[in-house]
Design a protein around this ligand. Sequence first.
Ligand SMILES: [Fe+2]
Length: 153
Amino acid sequence: MANQELVDNLNRALGLELAAVIQYMQHSFLVTGAEREVYRSFFREQSEESHDHAKTLGDKVVAIGGVPTVEPGMIRQSTDLKEMLRQDLALEREAMEAYMAAWESCKDSDRPTRFMLEERISQEQIHIEELEKLTSERKANVTKEKITLRQVS
Ligand SMILES: [Fe+2]
């Protein structure tokens, strides 16, 4: 019998990955100005990665006896790069919550799924940290540290 709670949480993550596929692609279309040179490919790569994540989630949902959702989560769009990055950070955080909830709903018999989720969660955390840096929510804390260069004799 399928672990329904796990199926539901994986489907929540799947819906958010589907939203990320579209949202990142839309951001790659909408970004203009000099930043487009860098961010067009950045957003497209993020979209493709979300696509890969959606594929493994859909395959897993079927493997454990569920039906994958075809409904994406909420998609946010903007023409302002900083706002786009904040929207992407919000979406990644929602996905992280869904992955964590899926991890929580794994029983002993779902251990392989739990391991898959652990790998995914560690990857998603890196995305979140990078988006926190890109939105300047997270900054390097160098002002308090004294940097000493080694003296060369
Ligand atoms: Fe993802």
